[in-house]
Design a binder for this molecule. Structure first.
Ligand SMILES: [Zn+2]
Ligand SMILES: [Zn+2]
Length: 265
């Protein structure tokens, strides 16, 4: 894409040359990007690109290449709440999420249906997807009904299925919106996901017992995955971790194993 970007010179005094952010030289933009949280970096690149166009090199410099984790909890709650599926799609495409992102957390992205997650389809590297839309120890208001749904005719299930079915699938942790428990087809999704984990041969890292235990399920009634540390994604049985770590009484608190430095308190 052609770019209007240019460097300032002594012949073009800065006060006369800069009429928009796209007129800034590269170095200040890169510096601005360097102090932003990661989702804001890519939003900045998309905004400049939409306005004036952005060279591939400068786009890469602004966006960066450390995208193991994409967590919308890093940005202002109000900003995350107005992001659309188009925004999410553009972000995932811009950062090449299908080949880079291992952890995706859609914290506070309450305005999406899930259609924007398409670029993640068939990812073989994604390990964790948090669809709960809430922060680590938050929960929905009782009357809140998110747009994102688990109905088969909607967007999320086909995307998840494409990941489940991908050869070499790395998925180890899903967190669901708790309201999905009232949805009709959620049981089918849970069954397919449980089969995936079982096919992986998941067992306790310490004692090697198969997980989940007989007659137990992977997901609790709040949409959180059991036997899995939310931070390091390692699996432990109940006997091999402290009761207040992976297994918490408050359904809205996430479990961290005793090897991880911080627990949700
Ligand atoms: Zn164990
Ligand atoms: Zn851990």
């Amino acid at each position: 894409m052609a770019t209007k970007r240019r460097r300032l010179s002594a012949d073009t005094p800065p006060q006369c040359s800069i009429s928009s952010i796209s007129d800034l030289p590269n170095e200040p933009l890169q510096h601005i990007a360097s102090i932003l949280v990661k989702p804001s970096r890519v939003l900045l690149a998309l905004a400049i690109d939409a306005h004036d166009g952005l060279s591939s090199a400068l786009s890469s410099a602004i966006v960066g290449d450390q995208w193991d984790t994409l967590d919308f909890g890093e940005i202002e709650r109000k900003l995350a709440a107005i992001l659309s599926d188009e925004h999410i799609n553009a972000i995932l495409v811009r950062i090449d999420a299908v080949n880079r992102v291992k952890k995706l957390k859609l914290t506070n992205c309450i305005n999406i249906t899930g259609a924007g997650l398409g670029p993640l389809s068939e990812s073989s590297i994604i390990e964790q997807i948090d669809l709960s839309l809430v922060g680590d120890h938050e929960h929905y208001r009782s009357n809140f009904r998110p747009l994102i749904s688990c109905r088969p005719q909607d967007h999320v299930l086909p995307i998840l299925d494409s990941i489940f079915e991908r050869e070499g699938c790395s998925l180890r942790n899903l967190r669901f919106p708790s309201v999905w428990w009232t949805g009709g087809r959620f049981e089918q999704l849970l069954r397919r996901y449980s089969e995936l984990l079982t096919n992986h041969g998941v067992s306790c890292l310490k004692c090697n017992v198969n997980l989940p235990p007989e007659n137990e399920s992977w997901i609790d009634s709040s949409g959180n995955q059991k036997y899995t540390c939310y931070k390091c994604l390692k699996h432990y049985c109940r006997k091999c971790t402290r009761p207040d770590d992976i297994y918490v009484d408050d359904p809205y608190m996430l479990g961290y194993c005793d090897h991880c430095e911080k627990r949700v308190v």
